[in-house]
Design a protein around this ligand. Structure first.
Ligand SMILES: [Zn+2]
Ligand SMILES: [Zn+2]
Length: 212
């Protein structure tokens, strides 16, 4: 069975997820947006074996503590290559939004993610779904067998979708990505980058209107 634990981290209350295989105890750390030592402590306390740090996209509130966790556990960091440019801007953007000095280093991608690739966690497989729009390299991590999907800042509980006000965002691409997520089986649990978890069925109710 897969176990999902949520750590709400940082000023922007980002959901950092630790998804683990309860048998082998291997785990992925998804979107560590801050508080590396808190996350590391929880993970070590549960005797989990992190295998990689994954980012749904490159915004600082999803990757701020990735570098530190990479080094604490000596594990790789994966992101879509279209969002690598955001890592270079991480420090500056974080300082702008947080209005405070930021000492963290940006993570070093060990592997870039792409469509049709998959990541294995024990006997489970996570498909990489390319869901651009909020950022060009936004992805979702989808485990068909366990009906769970980590959606980053593309879909949120209650019919909200990611913002597209950044110069590099693309509203049409975002709406197409939202439709891709809504085409997953209705029982799929959706774990968004902020806020509560939801299901594809309940988001369909909110979002499948003629104007979207
Ligand atoms: Zn974002
Ligand atoms: Zn975010």
């Amino acid at each position: 069975m897969l176990h999902v634990e949520t750590f709400i981290v940082g000023e922007l209350q980002t959901n950092c997820y630790c998804v683990s295989d309860s048998q082998s105890r291997v785990a992925f750390i998804i979107d560590p947006g801050d508080d590396a030592s808190y996350i590391a402590q929880k993970i070590a306390g549960e005797s989990l074996k992190p295998k990689a740090v994954l980012a749904t996209h490159g915004h600082f509130d999803h990757v701020l503590s990735a570098f530190e966790l990479q080094h604490i556990f000596t594990i790789p960091f994966y992101i879509h290559q279209n969002d690598e440019f955001l890592l270079q801007a991480m420090k500056k953007t974080a300082e702008y939004y947080l209005a405070a000095p930021v000492i963290e280093f940006p993570p070093t991608p060990s592997k870039t993610l792409q469509k049709n690739a998959s990541l294995s966690l024990g006997p489970y497989r996570f498909e990489i779904m390319e869901t651009p729009g909020h950022t060009a390299g936004s992805v979702c991590f989808y485990c068909k067998k366990e009906h769970i999907c980590f959606t980053g800042d593309t879909v949120f509980e209650g019919g909200a979708v990611g913002d597209w006000h950044h110069g590099y965002s693309d509203k049409q691409a975002l709406l197409a990505s939202v439709r891709t997520i809504l085409s997953l089986p209705p029982e799929t649990l959706v774990y968004p980058g902020h806020g509560n978890q939801t299901t594809v069925a309940s988001e369909r109710e909110y979002l499948l209107k003629p104007d979207i």
